[in-house]
Structures are given as C-alpha cells and as structure tokens.
Design a protein around this ligand. Structure first.
Ligand code: BEZ
Ligand code: FE
Length: 291
C-alpha cells in the first residue's frame, strides 16, 4: 500500500498486524496502535514533540540499571501501575488490599527470627512491629514467608546507599503457628521518589510533588493463598491524599503509636486471599518484579 495519509494510515497499520497468531498479542497491539494514533490526532502532535517524546523515553531507558528502574517509576507516577493493580486484585471483601511493589525490593534479603532488629544499623526512631497473617476464614496462616522493607529516617532505602555493603531495613521472616510475627525496626518516614532522572523532570515540569506518605512494605507468600504485595501507611501523614504514585488505600492506613518506653509500635493484621477464591487469571510470577 502506497501514498498513505492521515485518514487511512491507522487501518493500514492494523491490517499489517492482522495475522498475529497469538490472540492476546493481537488484541494488545491492535488497541495500542488505535490509542497511539488517536492520541497523536487528538493533541495534533508536532514532529518536534514526537522527537522530544522519543528522547524522553530514550533517557528513561538509559537511567535504568540493576538498582534503578526508571520505567517502573514512570508507570507509577502516570498511575498505570496502580491502575493495573486495581484491575487485577479484586479480592473478596475482608482480604487485605494490594498496592504498588515499588523499585526498592531486593531479592535475597537477610532472614530474621522473631524479635530481631531488621533495621540492622539504619538511622531512625526505634519501632516494634507485630503482625498476624490469616486466611479469609480467620484461621492463622503458619509458616507464611513475609518480606519487609522500608526507608530510613532520611527517607532512603539501603540500595540508595551503595557504599553500605549490607542490607538495612529489609528482611524475611516466617509466621509462627499462630500466624503472628514480630520484629524491631525504625519508624517509617515520608520520602520523595527519586527525582534525579526523567521522572523528576516530568514532575517538575508539571508542578507535581514527589512525596510518598510514610509506609512499610510487605510481601506475604504462603501455599494455598494469593501472594500479597502491599504497604501499611502511617496514619496522619501529610501526603496520604497526594501520594506521588497513587498507591494509598484507606484500609492500609494504620496508627504507629508511641509506647511508654518511647519506642514506636505498629500492629497490623493481614488477610490473605485463598487461591480457590481468586479470580481466574495467570498466576503471578514469584520472582518477577511487578509494578
Ligand atoms: C516505594 O514505595 O518504594 C516506591 C513506590 C513507587 C515508586 C517509588 C518508590
Ligand atoms: Fe517505599
């Protein structure tokens, strides 16, 4: 086909993809072309703006390495990560809600026993964390694998301090027969997402702030249950209603209370979705880095 113009090029491109054997890939690529072309028409995209977009995506890719995933960050600030999570985690009422994974999870975090201090030297006000893990029927989930990770008092994860050479504020624990576990840590504090790359430029140009409300990350895995990736957010935080990555769910907001000895304390009860009750969809990849 020759002499394509702005009126017939979309149909010509769609026709070129018509023989895609995988039906899901066909659906996705067809919709992508339609939406991309509609977007360009709607904003009357100029050639200079197209080039600027290409340069922006190139810079986003160039910012990525083993410890920095600027594309996930871009997806996060555009709300795409949270939209995808919301669409794919319609759990039965009573189950703990999921939220974004974020870029700071690290495989192979140290194993800790109940009562250990996962801060491992990180700066911050001392905090005691106690959680329970149950199924939807209220039965305790024993032996659940619970990964926790959080920022330090300065709002940084250990991977943002490559000079450290050891894990801080992250670890893996296992629930006991009563579905409970407890560990020591530091008080979660609000922090800005990384702004030294293309995502920071976008936030700056659009007058958006980069802050996330204080939170503690959890990933909970147990046989017979859907894997849960979530955070617990600190009640009263000033950024709860304007999280830079749109990840706050009311059910995940909890009080950190000050104890008589001056230490902070968080208690939280998680409810896992039994696999039988999970809506039909492809199983999550345990080792993958989701949004
Ligand atoms: C986080 O909570 O670690 C996070 C999530 C999304 C973007 C940046 C950071
Ligand atoms: Fe975080």
């Amino acid at each position: 086909m020759r002499n394509l113009n702005q009126d017939n090029i979309t149909q010509a491109v769609l026709a070129r993809f018509a023989d895609t054997p995988n039906p899901r890939l066909h659906e996705i690529v067809t919709s992508l072309v339609q939406h991309l072309h509609a977007f360009a028409r709607e904003v009357k995209l100029t050639e200079a703006e197209w080039k600027q977009g290409i340069d922006y995506l190139t810079a986003t890719g160039q910012m990525c390495d083993d410890t920095r995933q600027e594309f996930i960050l871009l997806s996060d600030v555009l709300g795409l990560s949270m939209l995808t999570i919301a669409m794919n985690n319609d759990k039965p009422a009573g189950c703990t809600e999921a939220t974004v994974f974020g870029p700071f999870y690290v495989e192979g975090a140290p194993e800790y026993a109940h009562g250990d201090d996962v801060a491992n030297g990180a700066a911050g006000e001392p905090c005691d964390v106690s959680v329970t893990v149950r199924g939807l029927d209220g039965a305790p989930v024993a032996g659940a694998v619970v990964d926790v990770w959080q920022a330090d008092a300065g709002g940084h994860y250990d991977v943002q301090h490559p000079e450290l050479g050891h894990a801080e504020n992250r670890g893996r624990l296992h629930t006991g027969p009563d579905g409970a576990l407890h560990f020591r840590s530091v008080l979660a504090e609000a922090y800005p997402i990384p702004t030294d790359g293309p995502v920071g430029q976008l936030l700056d140009a659009t007058r958006r702030h980069p802050w996330r409300p204080a939170h503690l990350h959890f990933m909970i895995q147990a046989p017979g249950y859907e894997r849960l990736i979530t955070h617990v957010f600190r009640e009263g935080d000033q950024w709860l209603d304007s999280d830079a990555v749109f990840a706050v769910r009311e059910s995940l907001v909890a009080p950190w209370t000050r104890q008589a000895d001056g230490r902070w304390r968080l208690d939280f009860d998680f409810v896992l979705n039994p696999l039988a009750a999970a809506p039909a969809r492809s199983a999550p990849q345990a080792a993958a880095q989701p949004a």
